[in-house]
Design a protein around this ligand. Structure first.
Ligand code: ZN
Length: 180
């Protein structure tokens, strides 16, 4: 049993080695190229740093996928949930946010580590409400802040506000409010 899980197929080994090599090259180039990029300051010249960013994104996707595959292997304890696996090193981490009532008709959202963010303007209601499951219009043509053929923005903003009132204390996955 232990032998089987340790002895991985050749293909998998090669893929691991490849990913490690790309990561090493990336780490090696990252800081320098990032500095060059911010010094360069001209948008019409494609810079190598953009390519590095693309590679890094692709790499982190690949690793998240690999972890999910590992998580579904029978040797992994069943108690390990998908979210703890994803949180292992913060790449593609999923964090929870909680909706709270603020002062004077405002709302706050709180991260798991205690950081909070104030939701102050009506225009933010549709975006926040969407995170907690609200849908502006079934047509999908609006995010709730612009009119669609069926509904006006003010109508949807008001509805989003009511939705938030009804969902104080709810938690949802952070779509990126508290990303560092
Ligand atoms: Zn519509």
């Amino acid at each position: 049993m232990t032998k089987l899980t340790k002895h991985r197929p050749r293909e998998a080994l090669d893929a691991d080695a490849f990913v490690e090599a790309v990561q090493a090259v990336l780490d090696y180039l990252w800081e320098d190229e990032q500095r060059h990029h911010s010094e360069q300051d001209s948008a019409d010249q494609p810079h190598i740093f953009h390519s590095l960013q693309v590679i890094r994104e692709w790499l982190s996707d690949l690793r998240a996928e690999a972890r999910q595959v590992e998580a579904t292997e029978p040797s992994t304890p069943a108690a390990q949930t998908a979210s703890t696996v994803k949180n292992e090193d913060g790449v593609g981490a999923s964090r929870k946010i909680t909706l709270h009532e603020g002062d004077c008709g405002t709302y706050t959202i709180e991260a798991e580590d205690g950081r909070t963010m104030l939701i102050q303007t009506d225009w933010d209601y549709p975006g926040v409400a969407s995170i907690f499951g609200w849908r502006p219009c079934p047509c999908g043509e609006t995010d709730g802040t612009v009119d669609c053929p069926h509904r006006t923005a003010s109508e949807m903003i008001a509805e989003a506000g009511e939705f938030l009132n009804d969902h104080i204390g709810d938690t949802a996955e952070d779509p990126g409010y508290f990303e560092e």
